[in-house]
Design a protein around this ligand. Sequence first.
Ligand SMILES: [Zn+2]
Length: 409
Amino acid sequence: MKRHFPLGRRTMRSLPKVMLHEHLDCSLRPRTMLELWQSHGFEKAQIGFPADVLSEWNKAATVAGVNRRKLRTSAAAQYQDFLVGFASQSLANYVKAIVDHVLPIMQSSSNLERITRERMEDATADGIAGLELRFAPQLHTFSGLSLDNVMDSVISGIKYATFPTKLILCVLRHENADMARRIADLCVKYQRYVGVFDLAADERANPGVLKWWLKAALYVKMLAPPIAVTIHLWETDEPTDQDISLLRGFDIMLQEVTRRLRHKQLFKDDVWRVAHEVVEEMFATFNAIDADADSGLMRIGHGFRGNRQGNRLLEICPTSNVVTGQVVSFGDHPIDRLHREGKRVTVSTDGTLFTEVHLTDEYLKLQEHFGWKPADFLKVNLTAVEGSSFSLRTKARLRAQLKRAYGRL
Ligand SMILES: [Zn+2]
């Protein structure tokens, strides 16, 4: 049956979608946040809750049935407006909103499992057919959980997914080699669930391709080869020649580490030492690598600025870039140009809380602003499958599912 265009929300929602770039700590339900804050203590919030949100929420406790639900829904909507208004003032505020309002309620096993389970339920309703969900486990250890406790809780949550999922573990730009090694070891230990190793956080304060993180990325690739690597880049700034050279050099460095460890048993400390040596040598001679070479293993988180991304997979989150002030409006976003130029574009939300979108909404905006057709959506989804960390069998199944669904339109 032929559909009428443009596609309506219901059709768009029903279409299978593969998403590679979604932060767990930017995707909580506002209503769940209020519930968890009530148990935690509203008064403990560093940025105070608005009085009208609290009064509506508290009033809900005094009534029953439909009225209670209405009041809670309304309090949650006002709370989300407040958070979005605060976070969208600057990148510093955005981070502060996560630190002060999100992370405090993500410090127990039960909360982490619930938040992850709800994200899976929302994704099912959004038509998600494959998801890579990212988080930084070390941000959930402030009240005594171990890194293993955090992993186990999130893994319990993703078991509610009705579609293939993989976790992405993030190291943060302001951290260091010790933390990178700990998170890299988690990737190796939990590789049944972890598909990707990432570098996230403030690109302006700690720009570029960081040396200590590269070592950890090589370490992960040596000890758990199926794990993919992605780096947040080209989001707030354009990388330098050296950064682009290092991206290109990653594959060469990996070959070199492999060569030096050939025929040896892979002891973790030896891999770490050799990765360190190879990265140090590479940094000393980075000019030797052609900065314009345009391929590479590494995926790029965001990657929407300028024109030097080459053929790398780009995890583009258009609404997020508007909310954080990187582009003026959705219609000004270069995603359509990059897609038309044949770059390897994929589409994600980055998170649902501050962007106030699910992937269905991103697709509707792409249709509205740039006239994207089913063939465009199919293309970005096939690119996402290709670059994902799913098994070959899962990829084949997803490709067939996508072609069937979009081909029918
Ligand atoms: Zn991101």
